[in-house]
Design a protein around this ligand. Sequence first.
Ligand code: MEV
Length: 337
Amino acid sequence: MTTCSAPGKVYLFGEHAVVYGEPAVPCAVERRARVTAEPRDDDRVRVSADDLSLNGFTVTWGGGVDDRPDVDAPPALVEAAMRYVDEAVAQTRDALDDPEQGFEITVESDIPLGAGLGSSAAVVVAAIKAATAAVGVDLSAEAVAERAFRAEYAAQDGQASRADTFCSAVGGAVHVEGDDTRRLDAPQLPFVVGYDGGAGDTGELVAGVRDLREQHGFAADTVGAIGDLTRSGEALLDDAASNGLTDERLAALGELLDVDHGLLSALGVSARSLDEMVWAAREAGATGAKLTGAGGGGCVVALDRTDATETALELTPACERAFRAELATEGVRTESE
Ligand code: MEV
């Protein structure tokens, strides 16, 4: 029996635009999915999961990957979660060159599902690492990232970038631009996350941006503008890593977060709850705030060294939970064997 964990992430810059080859900078945060895998003697896969949210719903299921679980959660989210697990198992079997290997898999996570914190990527990364390790195959973080990307790509019908899976596998702040994936030097950033208790449908949101981009030149320009903004943000981050995260550099990074949120809103992926949390954070003194991930609901990320943003978010009706998120410098790791 092997247990592995992998972190969730927030996007400092670049979600959605990364799907079209623009750069993105996701940052792993210390909220982890833990997956325990044990080989079975037959070809069945049994999955059990609970507490797949901060304090929202609970998911429990058991059965083969072909069975649909009996759960207390929105059916669309459960359906999506099952697709990720199916694809992670397929990648594991491929890595083992054994299409018939069965597993007992247990998933625990403190990353809310579908909320923009990379829950599916963290589960897929931890599952592939744990299931391969359980039968004695030691995959590097990069190899896990590659297989997790293929699993996510299949689960999202070919509409996925490498950003979430690479970030979760290697940890820290990363640069993703098409196939170019690497770790960045980054200072510890004062992230504050606000969570509205809901979720967005990544597939639908990505498809919506794709349609808008095909129909309107302005939407294609907006995607390009997010890419330009991300390049500026990356240069600032590099400067802060070498010369310190001064108040001026934090303010400059925050300003770019604000602009990024505006551009994402123009692409139609924000939501009233996300806008309310973004404004609450700004009014409390955050240097900047934006939605993170696919949008439609879920989480915002703000930068603030003080407690003011977290307190203001806690008092905001649209916000179910606010918390500080530390940069996770370690990606996927083995917790016990
Ligand atoms: C979802 O967490 C991030 C998106 O950019 C999709 C992707 O990169 O696969 C919206």
